[in-house]
Design a protein around this ligand. Structure first.
Ligand code: GDP
Length: 436
């Protein structure tokens, strides 16, 4: 429970073993006792106390640890409600922490990312954001913009000092530096998105080329962390896995995993649909067989896409090799493996890393944005930097430049939550689960 009445409510339902008065209990302590209703002991519990302002929400807070189990937990919840508490809305604790100014909107958003993280890299990125690294970066940029404003104000306030040209040049170069920093942040979304959402990967190929064998080889890797993932499209099942730090969201693995007696293996038509939405296509061919019409269709399908061609079954006598022109025309990445013997799978990971520049992501030094909302505002800020620069180039009155510069500040303020509407705040917190 959080809020000014939480200890009052607790007083009515909890009796500490040492009968200490609740008002005398210090913050940061845990008390052992009973939850009581009409003199009946409901459960033995531990209650943690947090006194305002040193709590998650900055309000008075207490946390009741019961023995768990649905019945007891529900009962205790009902007793709290009966005695004056109201049920928290999704994300309400974090929302209060934000509204009470303990964290900014970026940090609040990262809470949900920390909880939902599917890989260590994703968790690390989210924790950094929670710790305020991205907020710090944005506030550095905001300070630079404030400096620009100061420069401009001087020239507006003291026009008699004819320093306009000097100011214009200075402001222009300051804006250039701000633009570079914003561009870097905006670009970091490419990596941030991969870390957060994974590389949407489709494994395609004719029946019997070894799709399931490859999938099994990947999934059985000791280093693969598999996370159950509910696909967004109902008929496509997705699985999130991380191999050697490479986050892959495998698409339609159910289709691939179907066994021999299942009628429908992935057909060309289905492949086409998947190929269109994938970030990466792994197209498998049986190297012990000549290329057939269906293979050619697949090669055609992956042209101009991000793809890796796998020549599988290299343990058998080869009928196709990596120098085949038809393959080379379809993809610049061709690798040879034996899925059955698990040979060559590492080179697949290497190629993926190379394609998506995963080696270049340095989580210790780089601040990444992982959220499209943040990216949109950064891009809007960049637009305004560009407009401000144009006004200087066209030698317009500096007052007009100032208007665009104020816009930059506002867009950045929307990211951290200073200038943000209640609707947006509600939308963000609605994504949280209850009790967070
Ligand atoms: P899918 O229909 O594309 O999913 O293909 P499967 O993975 O079910 O493989 C079809 C057949 O090829 C199975 O009998 C596999 O054991 C066999 N197979 C898969 N990979 C290899 C390989 O690298 N070498 C050999 N010799 N056989 C393989």
């Amino acid at each position: 429970m959080s809020g000014k009445d939480c200890f009052k409510i607790l007083d009515k339902i909890f009796i500490p073993k040492n009968k200490q008065k609740i008002s005398e209990i210090k913050g940061y302590t845990i008390k052992y006792g009973n939850i009581i209703e009409n003199d009946e002991v409901i459960d033995e519990v531990l209650v943690s106390y947090f006194k305002s302002p040193k709590s998650y929400t900055t309000e008075d807070m207490c946390e009741i640890n019961s023995h768990g189990g649905n019945i007891i937990m529900k009962r205790i919840l009902e007793i709290c409600l009966k005695n004056g508490a109201t049920l928290a809305e999704p994300g309400e604790f974090t929302k209060r922490a934000f509204l009470n100014g303990r964290i900014d909107l970026l940090q609040a958003e990262s809470v949900i990312d920390v909880i939902n993280a599917k890989s260590e890299k994703e968790a690390k990125t989210a924790i950094k954001q929670l710790e305020g690294e991205l907020s710090k970066k944005i506030s550095e940029i905001k300070n630079e913009i404030m400096n620009v404003m100061v420069n401009i104000e001087v020239s507006i306030d003291y026009p008699e000092y004819d320093i306009e040209d000097v100011t214009n040049n200075e402001v222009f170069s300051m804006l250039n530096s701000i633009e570079k920093k914003l561009e870097k942040l905006s670009k970091s979304f490419d990596s941030g998105k991969i870390i957060k959402e994974g590389i949407k990967t489709a494994i395609i190929g004719k029946p019997n080329v070894g799709k399931s064998s490859l999938l099994n080889a990947i999934l059985k890797e000791d280093r693969a962390i598999v996370t159950e993932y509910e696909g967004t499209t109902r008929d496509i099942i997705e699985e999130f896995i991380t191999v050697e730090g490479i986050p892959l969201k495998l698409m339609d693995t159910a289709g691939i995993r179907q066994t021999k007696d299942e009628v429908e293996k992935i057909g060309i038509k289905k492949s086409r649909e998947i190929v269109d939405t994938a970030d990466l296509i792994i197209a498998i061919f049986d190297s012990s067989k000549e290329i057939e019409k269906e293979d050619l269709e697949i090669l055609d399908l992956i042209k101009e896409k991000n793809s890796i061609i796998i020549l599988n079954k290299t343990d058998l006598k080869a009928k196709i090799n990596e120098n085949d022109k038809r393959l080379k025309e379809a993809s610049k990445y061709i690798i040879k493996i034996s899925a059955l013997n698990k040979i060559g799978i590492d080179s697949l990971y290497e190629k993926i890393s190379e394609m998506f520049n995963l080696n270049k992501i340095n989580l210790d030094n780089d601040v990444l944005i992982t959220n499209i909302r943040q990216k949109d505002f950064i891009n809007k800020a960049i637009d305004n930097v560009k407009k401000a620069k144009e006004t200087l180039e066209q030698k317009m009155s500096i007052d007009i430049t100032a208007i665009f510069i104020k816009e930059i500040l506002e867009e950045l303020g929307k990211i951290t939550g200073e200038f943000v509407s209640e609707d947006i705040i509600n939308e963000i917190f609605a994504k949280f689960c209850l009790g967070k």
